[in-house]
Design a protein around this ligand. Structure first.
Ligand code: HMG
Ligand code: MG
Length: 302
């Protein structure tokens, strides 16, 4: 399949990028991050997550973040909602899209959301119905689609099964997520080809963590499967508190560099993203994990 000529990047740094940070990131920094990303041209920003603050304390200020950001028309502001409590708070906060998040691995489902896969789908049903009734977009995320930190190998059929359940719930978009970054391009092709055999490829996204340094290659492979939506996080920030050993998402700067080299349009200002990645890394007192971001920053400083 020819690679798409345009790709949508969903910037997940305000949520996935920060949720695993040990020290509380001040709410005004989170708000500035979202606003800077909006100004850089991202069409879809995952702004925060309406989860239990007992489980993920870093996201306890979800409502304040949503209330504090400048809403730029045309941008989809997405938030995670594991249950009705999260959904109601997200709707009241004015989210454009709510994300239900399950897994293709039983073990991970238990660790992350404290229920089985089947129980999670049952819990998502009212959330999905309420989202549709409220006219909100609905996205479903499939964790451990390329491997599980507890169970190891995850069958392709398990990923396809969750994708079909999400489709039945009315998901507008479905994320195939490599939570612990273990996937390699050949496996990514197998999983994406199997999922796109039952779901329109235009609804599928790739969410690749970069733990084993494979994420950019995995995106190139997914493009060959006709995937045109990818999640990324500035400076490669990110990780799930319930995925031991997992590191950040693929760095947005690295993805934009890849896509630019393939003449694939994103509408995003690469130089602005490099600035945001360096700024946010300085805020967190660490060096950016983006190879492309650091290369550009070094060149500028020379
Ligand atoms: P539980 O303990 O089974 O649920 O957690 P519960 O209903 O018994 O609630 C426990 C307490 O949390 C109660 O408070 C609830 O009110 C409260 P208490 O009565 O004890 O004072 N509560 C909430 N508070 C605020 N907002 C809510 C909410 N729900 C309950 N929405 C639950 C079940 C799902 C809530 C919990 O396990 C949870 O919040 N998990 C979230 C885990 C998480 O955020 N993980 C990271 C995001 S997923 C991810 O990173 C993967 C992804 O990036 C893709 C990939 O890479 O794979 C998307
Ligand atoms: Mg993730």
């Amino acid at each position: 399949m020819p690679a798409p000529s345009r790709v949508k990047i969903v910037e997940v740094s305000p949520r996935d990028g920060l949720q695993n940070e040990k020290d509380f990131v001040p709410t005004d920094v989170k708000i500035e991050l979202v606003n800077r990303l909006a100004a850089a041209g991202f069409p879809n920003i995952e702004a925060t997550s309406f989860v239990s603050p007992k489980w993920v304390p870093q996201m306890a200020d979800a409502a304040q973040v949503m209330a504090g950001i400048d809403r730029k028309p045309g941008i989809i502001y997405s938030v995670l909602t594991p249950n009705m409590k999260g959904f109601e708070a997200a709707r009241d906060a004015g989210a454009d899209e709510v994300v239900i998040f399950g897994a293709a691995s039983e073990a991970f489902s238990q660790k992350n959301i404290n229920c089985s896969i089947a129980e999670s789908i049952a819990r998502f049903e009212p959330v999905a119905a309420a989202a549709k009734a409220a006219g909100l977009r609905l996205r479903g995320s499939i964790s451990c689609a390329l491997g599980c930190p507890y169970q190891g190998e995850v069958p392709v059929a398990a990923v396809v099964d969750v994708a079909q359940r999400y489709l039945a719930l009315g998901c507008d978009e479905i994320d195939v997520a490599d939570t612990i970054g273990v996937g390699t391009p050949r496996r990514v092709r197998q999983v994406m080809d199997a999922v796109t055999a039952v779901v329109d490829p235009a609804r599928i996204s790739g969410h690749f963590h970069d733990t084993y340094g494979q994420a950019v290659g995995n995106i190139a492979a997914a493009l060959d499967s006709g995937i045109a939506i990818f999640h990324a996080s500035v400076a490669g920030l990110g990780g799930c508190p319930y995925a031991k050993g997992a590191t950040g998402n693929v760095a947005t700067e690295d993805v934009l560099y890849l896509l630019r080299g393939m003449d694939i349009d994103t509408g995003i200002d690469f130089d602005a993203v490099v600035d945001i990645g360096q700024w946010m890394s300085a805020n967190l007192h660490r060096k950016s994990s983006s190879r492309a971001g650091n290369a550009v920053a070094a060149k500028r400083a020379a």
